[in-house]
Design a protein around this ligand. Structure first.
Ligand SMILES: Cc1ncc(COP(=O)(O)O)c(C=O)c1O
Length: 370
């Protein structure tokens, strides 16, 4: 956040900023969604809804699973939430008690760790590196002294973009089910994948909680809408928590999102844009000598080992911004232990931002080699 403020100050002063920090699409919500929002404003009260979401949206989400994964989901198993962020809070509160041990991967999306800690859970970070695509392994779980109350996986993940291959996700989901571990599968980057096909945790086991969102593939971050596929034993608790904590997810966004599944072509064209950006950024970084990149299977991030150029990626990011106007996220945001060796570069923006950053880095990086 401090780096973002520094980048904004630099931009305000009129200096150039090649911004590769962003964790969100650079395009607006789909056309049909925006049109539906305009119609709903004129025709609907935009009052409270059921705490689990309007039935038409829950049905539309259930149909998305049939279409995309061949998975039959009952609309009653879908809970619409205030972004996936709201879904995580409901899930953690419904599934865990204070003091429960919940396993996350390091590096990983920092809100898992922070939200769990705020709720009094005991967070255990499993270190992950390039040898396992920065994903947790079954062997690591089997070596724990006792099965934890929960495990969070994300595939594709933030900050690495890496995915769990289908057989590994299935093996982990099976282990969780056999050992009474509540698996929470963050599938928010599904739809934005390049090399592997994403699988849904419910294709293996329906005691897992699947967390998803309109934020990334549908480019609707600020509409604050996500959903859970919620196991039968948690639906009631989640429903009661949702109505107490926020009454309902945003109503205007719900009416609009019913139309989010009308046209996947528009969405996939955007993914094609990310794919072009990826094809520019990854080889460009390798040419500059930044060869140790996490396999960017999905999402829109490159997680880059910069230890040949710095001992402290936070200081490196500030220098890079100050000296050449390239803004990226330091790895310590995602990994407090090993993140000082990494940076995260987003390719969600436009091609010109990426080529501008690459050419600025080309002139500057050789002087940084340690
Ligand atoms: C892996 C991951 N999960 C969850 C979220 C939260 O997204 P939202 O609350 O907008 O659905 C993000 C946001 O960047 C993310 O990267």
């Amino acid at each position: 956040m401090r780096l973002l403020a520094a980048a904004a100050a630099r931009r305000a002063s009129g200096a150039v900023v090649h911004d590769l920090t962003t964790g969100q699409p650079s395009t607006p919500a789909p056309v049909a969604v925006r049109a539906a929002a305009a119609r709903a404003l004129d025709s609907d009260l935009i009052g409270y809804t059921m705490s689990t979401g309007i039935p038409t949206l829950r049905s539309a989400i259930a149909a998305h699973y049939e279409r995309t994964y061949g998975l039959t989901v009952d609309p009653g198993e879908v809970v619409v939430t205030t972004g996936s962020s709201g879904g995580f809070i409901l899930t953690f509160l419904a599934a865990f008690a204070a003091g429960d041990r919940v396993v996350v991967t390091r590096p990983g999306y920092p809100a898992y760790r922070n939200t769990l800690a705020a709720l009094g859970c005991d967070v255990l970070e499993l270190p992950a590196d390039a040898s396992s695509r920065f994903q947790p392994t079954l062997a690591q779980l089997q070596q724990l002294d006792r099965p934890p109350a929960g495990l969070i996986v994300a595939s594709p993940a933030n900050p690495t973009g890496t995915m769990l291959p289908a057989d590994e996700l299935a093996a982990i989901a099976g282990w969780c089910a056999r050992n009474g571990v509540r698996l929470i599968s963050d599938e928010i980057y599904h739809g934005i994948t390049y090399s592997l096909d994403p699988t849904c945790a419910w294709q293996t086991d329906r005691s897992a909680v699947v967390v998803n969102s309109f934020s990334k593939y549908w480019a609707m971050t600020g509409w604050r809408l996500g959903w859970l596929l919620c196991p039968a034993d948690l639906v009631d608790a989640v429903d009661r928590l949702a109505s107490n904590l926020a009454l309902c997810p945003p109503t205007l966004a719900q009416h609009a999102a019913v139309r989010a599944f009308d046209d996947y072509t528009e969405l996939d064209e955007r993914v094609a844009g990310y794919r072009r950006n990826r094809a520019l950024l990854l080889p460009g970084l390798r040419e500059l000598g930044l060869t140790r990149l996490a396999p960017a299977d999905g999402a829109f991030y490159a997680y880059v080992d910069v230890s040949e150029f710095c001992a402290d990626s936070m200081a490196f990011c500030y220098r890079m911004l100050d000296e050449i106007g390239v803004a990226v996220a330091p790895g310590v945001d995602f990994d407090p232990v090993g993140g000082h060796r990494f940076i995260r570069m987003s390719f969600a923006g436009d091609e010109s931002g990426i080529s501008g950053a690459l050419s600025a880095l080309g002139d500057w990086l050789p002087s940084q080699r340690q």
